[in-house]
Design a binder for this molecule. Structure first.
Ligand code: GTP
Ligand code: MG
Length: 170
């Protein structure tokens, strides 16, 4: 009480359908393995506190028919989490295109970008440097970014991601 001021942070969470966005958010929120989550229709807003930060996460649907909703939150957000399915080699180029489109939008501020190379538990999945290369992250110069391998089922890597985001906005 009194003195411990908490900071609000609005985070846009995007990536292709089935990447694990909602599972990641549920795990961050509840600190336990989430039960099977259905595809997000449109988007959903989740709020929770971690350390000194009150996160508001805009959990966007990655489904092709809803991806046009992402841009309505570009103006509004102060950080972006892009979730890639490391096991989905075939659609990694689609993910790259969507990421590029987003980063080219003048509406999106030069806010921090956290990329999760999710589903690292799946045999044969790409490691984080392969995902980084496939997404062309090295070409991003207009904002702080990082890539972290994650497993949304066990929570592996999620705290590292939250800590990185928290540092960026301190
Ligand atoms: N093996 C494994 N499965 C995961 C992981 N993260 C999520 N999943 C599973 O992947 C599926 C999709 O997860 P969601 O969290 O619904 O994916 P989403 O990105 O929110 O998908 P949309 O809402 O459709 O855009 C679910 O069956 C999850 O249980 C992970 O790290 N490893
Ligand atoms: Mg979802």
């Amino acid at each position: 009480m009194g003195g411990s001021s908490s900071k609000q942070l609005r985070v846009l969470v995007v990536g292709l359908d089935n990447a694990g966005k909602s599972t990641i958010i549920q795990h961050m929120k509840a600190k336990e393995a989430p039960s099977e989550i259905p595809p997000t229709p449109g988007f959903q807003v989740e709020k929770f506190k971690k350390g000194k930060i009150e996160f508001t996460m805009f959990d966007m649907s990655g489904s092709a028919k809803y991806r046009n909703l992402w841009e309505f939150n570009y103006k509004n957000c102060e950080a972006v989490i892009f979730v890639a399915d490391s096991a989905d080699r075939i659609r990694m180029c689609v993910a790259k295109n969507e990421l590029e489109n987003m980063l080219q939008s003048p509406e999106l501020k030069p806010c921090p970008l956290l990329v999760f190379a999710n589903k690292m538990d799946i045999t044969g999945s790409m490691n984080h440097s392969e995902v980084s290369e496939a997404l062309g992250l090295a070409e991003i110069h207009d904002r702080p970014w990082t890539i972290i391998s994650s497993n949304a089922l066990t929570g592996g890597g999620l705290d590292d991601g939250v800590n990185w985001l928290s540092k960026q906005v301190e």
